[in-house]
Write a protein that binds this ligand. Structure first.
Ligand code: ADP
Ligand code: TZD
Ligand code: MG
Length: 590
């Protein structure tokens, strides 16, 4: 709807803060709002809905925030979360920090108390100096005090969220702002359409030439695709660069599917080999953080040294962990197009002994894994259950796949192939538990595609109440809870006295499927892979909200999945207190 139409219908020749905010968001193509109502934003939510925006009302702001964060990743536009003041704001803030950490554009809009009261700390209803608290946790934070500033402030927030390295932006709206009235014509003039919010950033000619010289000198080159490359939506440029170069590539978790995991150059199933042996690595929208052992150490085959080429929009990312011999600063698409064009006709693909070695390792690993994925035993282990999930995704490559947990996450990442870009949505850089239902809801709302969320039973618990939201909005989401009675495993016992259970176990054989039935959704209890396969297929066919309780062997998981080594005691499953203490003391003494 045009601004003028809005003004005529709603307020004659006056407009107000509510409508200016709505008009400004719509003017910039923002149509979906992830929200929890309350003072002072209840009417704002209602009016947004009345003005044709899609308002998804959640049960907890953190889930609304996680939805907004992933909406940003999927659409390259800021996902918007709208909350009440202090506690609602704080609940949303975790997600804003999560979005910023992952380089996804998001705007958290929170109602707040009036400045005069907050600044004198006079104890208003839900009083808090929200702007000050948000600032260190996001990319930018602004407060709007006057209705005539709404247009420029929201424009600023949008540009801050999506330009350069994307991130989270906080927008503080004191309640009285919404009720401020101004002349409608002046109001319409104050709105701002953000022009070219994330301009192309062309890499310098020299940086491209330097990078190609390094790549040409490689005997064992590797490309690592990160979720920045997925975010960039430069899928053709990624494919052209990978295929023209002939270099094996490794997708990071959320970059899986950028090229199909079955692509002949994929080195996913030969991960350990390629990290250890490669001599030149081209990082494409991926950071050398903990997920890649900071680019050094045993995993990288040290003392043998690896040279890094890095493509990133953020210049400060270069040399963050190790020396980058060829930094290419720019947006993924411009950088990859420049590199591919500069390869020219006489480009030599990498030495055959390297590509053959990668292929052999990969084939051997895939063959080793294949029979485990066919295991139809009950109780299910991870491979058996994930074999069923893999077969569903292979047949329905457009399914949005959401995944969190420890073993449930790590095994699914390596066992379930992705075939299309931006289909795998998971815990991101922090490894946050609780993103599941918010992510699933935004995936359904933003794409209209069916969603399959595979969740550890612990992970699910963080956002489980949102299955009511899923049922209320009738979203085509199938949640599978991998129920192993606990965190990592369901077998731990309290051997140290008292009647309390061990900290990592849950109620045995809980029936999460019955929770879904309470809200009118479909609940299924699956005890073997065939049942699981059938139930997931039916759910995706029907589009009905479904929760499948998949009974997993409580003994099947490992402490902390694949990252047990990060625990201060290493992987300490079932260690006694005394043993654990001894290990900690030994470590401290080293
Ligand atoms: P992963 O966890 O998959 O390795 P990261 O989140 O660590 O990925 O890294 C993503 C990187 O992508 C960030 O350093 C970010 O600055 C960069 N990035 C995001 N969008 C773009 C873009 N359009 N062009 C270039 N780099 C981008
Ligand atoms: N809290 C938050 C917000 N994020 C976290 N990552 C954790 C706690 C710690 N944590 C993990 O790192 S994985 C996990 C927790 C609590 C749950 C693992 O259990 P699960 O999966 O049931 O989800 P598996 O299949 O049993 O391993
Ligand atoms: Mg579990």
């Amino acid at each position: 709807m045009s601004n003028e139409a809005n003004i005529d219908e709603a307020t004659g020749d006056l407009t107000d803060g509510f409508h200016l905010l709505i008009d400004e968001l719509k003017l910039n193509g923002i149509e979906n709002i992830y929200h929890v109502p309350g003072i002072p934003v209840t009417d704002l939510g209602r009016m947004m809905q009345a003005e044709g925006m899609r308002v998804i009302s959640f049960r907890h702001e953190q889930n609304a925030g996680n939805a907004a964060a992933i909406a940003g990743f999927l659409t390259k536009k800021p996902g918007v979360c709208l909350t009440v003041s202090a506690p609602g704001f704080l609940n949303g803030l975790t997600a804003l920090a999560h979005a910023t950490t992952n380089c996804w554009p998001m705007i958290l809009i929170s109602g707040s108390s009036e400045r005069e009261v907050v600044d004198l700390m006079q104890g208003d209803y839900e009083e808090m100096d929200q702007l000050a608290i948000a600032k260190p946790l996001c990319k930018a934070a602004y407060r709007i005090l006057h209705a005539q500033d709404i247009g420029i402030a929201v424009a600023r927030a949008i540009r801050a969220a999506v330009s350069g390295r994307p991130g989270g932006v906080y927008l503080d709206i004191p309640g009285a702002l919404l009720g401020q009235v101004m002349d409608a014509v002046e109001g319409a003039k104050s709105l701002v359409r953000v022009i070219d919010p994330a301009p192309a950033q062309i890499p310098s000619f020299d940086s491209v030439k330097r990078a190609l010289d390094v790549i040409k000198g490689a005997k064992k080159p590797l490309i690592i695709l990160g979720k920045g490359a997925a975010y960039a939506q430069a899928d053709d440029a990624v494919r052209a660069f990978v295929e023209t170069s002939g270099i094996p590539y490794l997708p990071m978790s959320m970059a899986k599917g950028l090229l199909p995991d079955t692509h002949e150059q994929s080195a996913g199933p030969a991960r350990s080999l390629v990290l250890k042996e490669s001599d030149v690595v081209v990082m494409v929208g991926a950071r050398l953080n903990w997920l890649l052992s900071h680019g050094k150490g045993k995993q990288w085959g040290e003392p043998h040294s690896t040279k890094f080429v890095q493509i990133d929009i953020e210049p400060k990312e270069m040399d963050s962990n190790v020396e980058i011999v060829a930094p290419v600063v720019g947006d993924i698409e411009s950088c990859l197009v420049a590199l591919t064009n500069a390869m020219g006709k006489d480009w030599r693909i990498p030495p055959k002994d390297w590509t053959d070695a990668v292929r052999e390792k990969k084939t051997a690993n895939i063959e080793r894994m294949a029979p485990t994925l066919q295991n139809n035993a009950s109780p299910m282990n991870y491979a058996g259950a994930l074999g069923a999930i893999k077969r569903v995704i292979d047949k329905r490559p457009d399914t949005m796949f959401v995944n969190e947990g420890a073993n449930t996450l790590d095994f699914a990442r390596s066992m379930v192939d992705m075939h299309r870009p931006r289909k795998r949505l998971d815990v991101g850089t922090w490894g946050v538990m609780g993103v599941g239902m918010g992510t699933a809801i935004a995936a359904a709302v933003e794409t209209g595609l069916p969603v399959l969320a595979v969740e550890g039973d612990s992970a699910f618990g963080f956002s489980g109440m949102e299955i009511e939201t899923i049922c209320r909005y009738k979203l085509p989401i199938c949640v599978v809870v991998f129920n192993n009675n606990g965190i990592y495993r369901g077998t731990d016992e309290n051997r140290f006295g008292g009647d309390d259970p061990a900290p990592t176990v849950f109620v045995e054989n809980a029936r999460y499927d019955m929770m879904m039935e309470a809200f009118g959704g479909v609940g299924v209890h699956a005890t073997n892979p065939d049942e699981l396969h059938r139930a997931v297929s039916e759910a995706l066919d029907s589009g009905k909200p479904t929760l499948i309780n998949a009974a997993i062997d409580p003994k099947a998981g490992k402490e902390s999945g694949n990252i047990g080594n990060l625990n201060p005691t290493g992987a300490a499953v079932n260690r006694s207190n005394a043993e654990a203490l001894k290990i900690i003391k030994q470590k401290a003494a080293q």
